[in-house]
Write a protein that binds this ligand. Structure first.
Ligand code: ADP
Ligand code: MG
Length: 160
């Protein structure tokens, strides 16, 4: 686990760019945080770093967006989903169980039981210091991404 603070949207963009330089294909990335925390901004910057040229918007209504970059990026937003059946209907498990490309999930905490064994978790909190200050907490659920988290910690802390 490691944390990183940002004090502006621009700093969050920079942090997401660093993560985008290191993230590996086959990763599921879960982004927790209240409305307005910065989840979608983070995903936008991550996707652009991975070569996505078109618009990246929160899939709140269509539930999943797919972007083409140097690999495919599947962007879920579970905010409006009510039941696990709906998750099945949108093919959530097929995308997350053996992920190809990169799978990004906003509001994963709505369905804690439905998440895969291995994923990278980023929890974003407002620190309260200023309106724009945020704390990003990076951790790994499962074994697979533990080494990645360590590598990312070093990279982020030396490039920040
Ligand atoms: P979420 O997807 O978590 O609901 P968004 O990314 O859509 O949130 O929106 C975050 C909002 O907060 C944006 O308007 C952004 O400009 C603003 N903001 C202010 N400070 C920060 C920060 N440090 N990091 C990310 N976003 C910030
Ligand atoms: Mg969002």
């Amino acid at each position: 686990m490691f944390t990183c603070m940002t004090s502006s949207p621009e700093e969050t963009v920079h942090l997401a760019e660093l993560v985008g330089q290191k993230i590996r294909e086959g990763t599921v990335l879960c982004l927790e945080g209240d409305l307005g925390a910065g989840k979608t901004l983070f995903v936008q910057s991550l996707a652009h770093t991975l070569g996505v040229e078109g618009e990246v918007t929160s899939p709140t209504f269509n539930l999943m967006n797919v972007y083409e970059g140097i690999c495919r990026i599947y962007h879920f937003d579970l905010y409006r989903l009510e039941t696990e059946e709906e998750l099945e209907d949108i093919g959530f498990y097929e995308y997350t169980e053996e992920p190809e490309g990169i799978v990004v999930i906003e509001w994963p905490d709505k369905f804690p039981e439905s998440l895969p064994e291995d994923y990278v978790k980023i929890s974003i909190e407002r620190t309260g210091e200023t309106e724009n200050s945020r704390r990003f907490m990076f951790s790994s659920a499962g074994e697979k991404n533990q080494e990645f988290i360590k590598e990312l910690e070093t990279f982020v802390h030396t490039s920040h």
